[in-house]
Write a protein that binds this ligand. Sequence first.
Ligand SMILES: Cc1ncc(COP(=O)(O)O)c(C=O)c1O
Length: 442
Amino acid sequence: MKYTGPRIVTPPPGPKARTLIEEDIRMLSPSLTRSSPLVGEKAEGVFVEDVDGNVFLDFGSGIAVTALGHRHPEVIASMKAQMDKLIFINSLDYYTIPQVDYAKMLFEVTPGDFEKRVFYTNSGSEAVETAIKMAKWHNRKMYGIGFINGFHGRTLAALSFTTNSLTARRGFQPLYPIGQFTPYPHCYRCLFDKTYPSCDMHCLNYLTDVVFKKIVPPDETSFIMLEAVQGAGGYIVPPKEFFPRLSQICRQHNILLIVDEVQTGFGRTGKMFACDHFGLEPDIIALSKAIANGFPCGAAVSRSEVMDWVDAAHEGTLNGNPVIMEGAKTVLTVMQRDNLPAHAEKLGAYLKDHLAFLMEKYPIIGDVRGLGLMIGVEFIKDAKKTPAVDFRNQLIDLAFQKGLMLLGAGESSIRLAPPLIITKEQLDTGLSILEDCIKELS
Ligand SMILES: Cc1ncc(COP(=O)(O)O)c(C=O)c1O
């Protein structure tokens, strides 16, 4: 299978896709978002083929998962080799070699030159749950502070800190009763209507002067948790002063800092972790998505002394599967060998420049932001920045019709997060479809 570009042979969804989708809708949970009517059958590199033979260029990587591209041959080979030896014995009763091997690799690349420990999980939400439980076990303090517009998953404790949309919370509240909130530094849409940098990071002043003085005492606060770059919330990058001051607040009050790098991790932002852009060394970091290029896997990595819980306090039957661990080892090896973070940084800069040029041309584009190959494009209706929600949704649909897979984020943004192996030519192909769609809909 060798794809050279997107190819639409029948308007999607074609007949086979429509049949499958009808059955799916009857049988699977109606809670799944389903951005486009794509029924994937095969994939390779940056391309996905549907059941009707249409080929799409993947600009979303399944939400920043397939960083090495679809079906990376070395990942497949290492997993097959492990399958021929041992597939499963359960990680809570026994030991396996790949878990320890991968831990050594992970500790080398995760932020902070201190002793670490890891707990493996099967998803991002589970990594976040693990981080929350670990912090609570360690310091036995009551509260956790999250940031408005954050996304941390949909299991109950993770959902308690998910505030990017009401849809996720409606019907499930009250949630785990420890989450308090403070605004994320979303400078394009500041909740305080202030302007950066004259705001003096008012969102952090709000934390220290309002939350800590009127709502939650800092000495009862176990942890502060946030994304290094908000993902589902719209690919929002904090200003450079934000993290040093936040870390200082955590240190001052002996509060653990949990950074959720489930979406930003593993080269996506142009460095191995988004924390590396800010010199940030969290006490606990939550990882998943790109970790095994599509296989269910996650990890919570902490300072050694923070993971001080006792046996049976937290475990999981399927965690740290040796086959998936071998895949994860290969992901990291390939990423470092092929300098994929640097490649993401270079192509990301190119992508951002091109989008900035489109922003000049099309007033419907209100903002272009992001790091590396994690770029958000926000659409607005007018000078008051009214979110162009319908436009964004139509854009995703039209791009799909033309063979480009796009994902939404925030209220009226798209997230551009192609596989990190994408070439400049492939990026240009996607950009040209994107511009055609913007032109057609504007
Ligand atoms: C930042 C962040 N944290 C946590 C999660 C939850 O991960 P999962 O869907 O694997 O449970 C996501 C998923 O999109 C995420 O983007």
